[in-house]
Write a protein that binds this ligand. Structure first.
Ligand code: SF4
Length: 422
């Protein structure tokens, strides 16, 4: 079992995508936590990811496990050692699915080591290892998921497991990978006296909403050195009394200070002002009749909506947190919530019998998968569920998601009807 990182590095690898471009975010976040000491957002996805990392580490360190067919309890026994474990997770996550993904991740990781071993090279493998990056800052470190160091070829493969679905993680120019590259370079120099020349970073993100994201990026020591210069400069700036803030979609997206950051507010206003003249032009040509907007006109609005909506949502969240912490927001107040009611099931059953209850409802496929385990579900019950196509969603044309074409869906439905007639 990997040891939990006992001390969190504010100049850590996992936050490099934020604090390197925006050094001021470190003090902004510290200020935010000082003002909101109780802020502890429930992050189920992050906890699930931590459990998957713990499981992967155990599987990598025990390459023959599991020795036989196992159920979800086997996985739970392993992951409940994690510092994030809560008993309710037992019913919230699909542990057999987690096992399946972590086994595939282990295959991918082992293949990297086997490739190096087959050529007879001298290799070192690291799993869930904390590495330090003192060239960036004395307090810069992070926990690397997996790395295969080929001492003979002076090459490192760095693997990062991403269990999340929502945010696509690009391997190219990935600052977390570059940070680990520096950490492992440093470790190898200390332990083996070898200077690493070349690197390959891998992102293993099998569950991304738009489809599997498993990709790699090759770079050399010059690229690492360039990153270190930039990151060390950012770390030094972060400690200035008035550190620079530099808003941008990537660094701001998960920044805790997003909801009251003045730099982001100024940038959003500038963006709105810069973008709205274009919109003004198209709006000026709108004719005041009952015809709705054209497709192109809708696209103009849609294109600008997401960053604005995300920013506004963050502002609403921060204002709510302040108000509920006893810090009233001028012109707003907290209103009493809508009541809900919890019945005394035993008393109501005694008085009303079956009338007190709703008809039993069939569990969804994912709830049943969680209850009986994914593998058992697939073997025994999957055939009793028919596939009902999901509602298509509107996403930017650049998304990796498979396109839903209305004519194709109509043709597929006709083909199915023909087959049924045969
Ligand atoms: S919201 Fe953006 S600009 Fe503001 S501190 Fe965070 S990363 Fe920096």
């Amino acid at each position: 079992m990997a040891a939990p990182a006992l001390v969190h590095s504010i100049f850590g690898a996992s936050g490099a995508h934020r604090w390197v471009p925006c050094p001021g975010s470190i003090q902004a976040i510290q200020r935010f936590y000082k003002e909101h000491p109780d802020h502890n957002p429930e992050n189920l996805a992050a906890d699930e990811g931590t459990l998957a990392h713990e499981l992967s580490d155990v599987l990598i360190n025990n390459p023959t496990w599991p020795l036989e067919d196992v159920n979800a309890d086997w996985v739970i026994d392993i992951v409940k050692e994690s510092h994030v474990w809560k008993p309710e997770f037992e019913f919230q996550f699909d542990f057999l699915d987690m096992l399946d993904i972590c086994l595939r991740y282990r295959d991918y990781a082992q293949a990297l080591a086997e490739d190096a071993l087959e050529s007879g090279d001298d290799i070192v493998v690291y799993s869930e290892t904390q590495v330090a990056m003192p060239r960036i800052h004395d307090n810069s470190f992070g926990t690397n998921d997996y790395a295969v160091v080929n001492l003979t070829k002076r090459h490192v493969d760095i693997l990062d497991l991403k269990y999340g679905r929502g945010v696509f993680v690009d391997v190219n120019e990935n600052m977390q990978v570059l940070s680990y590259a520096e950490g492992i370079r440093n470790q190898i120099k200390q332990d083996h006296g070898v200077n690493i020349e070349t690197y390959r970073g891998h992102i293993y993100q099998p569950r991304h909403n738009d489809g599997e994201n498993i990709a790699s990026w090759e770079f050399d020591k010059k690229r690492v050195n360039k990153f270190i210069t930039i990151a060390a400069d950012a770390a030094a700036k972060a400690e200035l009394p008035d550190p620079p803030l530099n808003p941008g979609d990537k660094q701001c997206s998960f920044c805790e200070a997003k909801g009251d950051c003045k730099a982001l507010a100024a940038q959003m206003t500038e963006r709105l002002q810069a973008e709205f003249p274009d919109i003004d032009e198209s709006v000026a040509s709108y004719s005041a009749n009952v015809e709705g907007m054209s497709d192109e006109e809708l696209s103009v609005w849609l294109d600008r909506a997401k960053p604005i909506i995300d920013w506004m949502e963050a502002i609403k969240k921060t204002a709510y947190a302040r108000a509920t912490n006893g810090r009233p927001i001028p012109n707003f107040k907290l209103a009493v919530g809508r009541n809900s009611y919890r019945g005394d099931a035993e008393a109501l059953e005694f008085m009303l019998g079956d009338d007190a209850f709703e008809e039993p409802k069939l569990k969804s496929q994912s709830s049943l998968r969680k209850a009986v385990g994914s593998k058992k579900f697939t073997e025994l019950y999957a055939d009793y569920y028919e596939t009902i196509e999901g509602k298509p969603t509107l996403v930017p044309a650049t998304s990796n998601a498979q396109e839903w074409v209305p004519e194709q869906a109509f043709k597929d439905a006709l083909d199915e009807m023909d087959e049924a007639d045969l």
